[in-house]
Structures are given as C-alpha cells and as structure tokens.
Design a protein around this ligand. Structure first.
Ligand code: 5RP
Length: 227
C-alpha cells in the first residue's frame, strides 16, 4: 500500500480512541489530518462530543472547520488531557521519537507530556533502530539563533536554519527552527535535556520513550500497536 494510504489507515483508526466527554490533544501533520477528518465524521454521524487542544494553528483551523470544539493552547494549564494523538518523523525501537517536521514540536510536546495517554501514529517508513536519520528540530529565539547553532555544532550536530518557500521559517510562536542532524542519538533523554539547556533554545523535537504510551503503525497487514 502507498504511504499516503497507510497514513490514512492509521490516522482514521486512531480516531476510534476518542470517547464522548474527553479532552484530547490534537497533533499536526498529514497523518493526524485523517484523524481530524474521521473525528469530524463521528461528530456528525455518531453525535460524538469532546474538546480538543490543537498543537498548531493549522490543526486548529482544520478542527474548527469540521465542528470540533477547540480549547485554545493558552488554556492547556487548566485542562486535563485524557489522550493526545500525534504523528512523528522518526521512532526508534524503544519508542523514543523525533518530531517537529512541521515545526510544531513545542506545543506538541507541552500537550503530549501532559496527556494521560499519548498515542503516536505513523507509517512504517518512520521506524528506525536508533534515532538520527531525521534532523532534530530545535525552536530557538530569533536573536539567539547563531549562538544556538554553534552550541549545537559543539555537541556534534550539522545544523541548518529552516527555510520555507525562500524565507526563514517562523513557528506559530514566532521563533526560528534549527534542524540539527546527528549521526545517531544513543541516549535520547540525555540529548533532549542537553539541547534544552542551551541558552536561547525553547524546545527540541526529541520526545523520550517514558512519555509515549503507544505507537500505532500503519502496515499492509493493518495497524500494529507497539507499547
Ligand atoms: C509536526 C510533526 C508531525 O507529527 C510529523 O512531522 C509527522 O508528520 P506527518 O504525519 O505529516 O508525516 O511533528 O511538527
């Protein structure tokens, strides 16, 4: 099956986790797109009722257009999140992740780390033995990006400032993203905290396995769940 179809398979299936009355975290990207679509269908056809904190402005727009009740990200602190569903760019065998291909990893991490259950949805192309195939997105204060870049280089990364459509990419929070490519990341939790200790860094895209409840993988033989 094509990658797009596997994303659709797993994205739609994950919507079955949502029950009426829940507050959920709604991720960002082309896999969660299908979850949002399916949730929109369930609202209409099954009278499903729930609230969702979106991880990006893009997801917020899509959710609202399908009748999903949105809780602004700013209200996250006062909201208990029953379940967060999100995609990932890379998943290792222990279920550590790299996220932030869409630059939404700051809000994604705040929501996922607060959720009672965090379910990650991917197709098989995202699986690897050891993290490092995908560069780690690092959200940094604009005025500090050059010093953040050189600190990341000191810990072994090849670093580039993210550019989109010929312009420096800005996150929903108005910051820059540095993509930091490591050969491999042997201790994801350690690297996650090392990067966040750099002055000017707001968040990075390594999500440690302790915060991941399950990874659902879309395959030609259906959805496989890793715990
Ligand atoms: C956005 C993310 C996405 O979850 C990640 O990039 C996966 O996206 P997709 O489902 O489109 O492959 O972290 O910041």
């Amino acid at each position: 099956m094509e990658e797009k179809n596997l994303k659709e398979l797993v994205g739609r299936k994950a919507a079955s986790l949502v029950k009426s009355g829940m507050a959920i975290g709604l991720g960002t990207g082309s896999t969660v797109f299908y979850t949002i679509q399916e949730l929109g269908r369930r609202i209409k056809e099954e009278n499903l009722r729930f609230r969702a904190v979106p991880t990006s402005i893009d997801t917020e727009k899509k959710a609202k257009s399908l009748g999903i009740t949105v809780v602004p990200f700013e209200q996250l602190e006062k909201t208990a999140i029953d379940l967060a569903i999100d995609g990932a760019d890379e998943v290792d065998v222990e279920l550590n992740l790299i996220k932030g291909g869409g630059g939404a990893h700051l809000r994604e991490k705040r929501i996922a780390y607060k959720a009672k259950k965090f379910v990650v949805i991917v197709d098989g192309s995202k699986l690897s033995d050891i993290l490092g195939s995908f560069p780690v997105p690092v959200e940094a204060k604009r005025e500090k990006w050059e010093s953040v870049k050189s600190e990341l280089e000191k810990i072994g990364a090849k670093v580039s400032l993210r550019v989109k459509n010929g312009e420096i990419f800005l996150t929903d929070n108005g910051n820059y993203v540095l993509d930091a490519k490591f050969d491999f990341i042997l201790k994801p939790a350690r690297v996650e905290s090392m990067i966040n200790e750099i002055s000017g860094v707001l968040e990075n895209g390594i999500f440690r396995k302790e915060k991941v409840s399950e990874v659902w993988v879309g395959t030609g033989e259906g959805v496989k769940v890793k715990k």
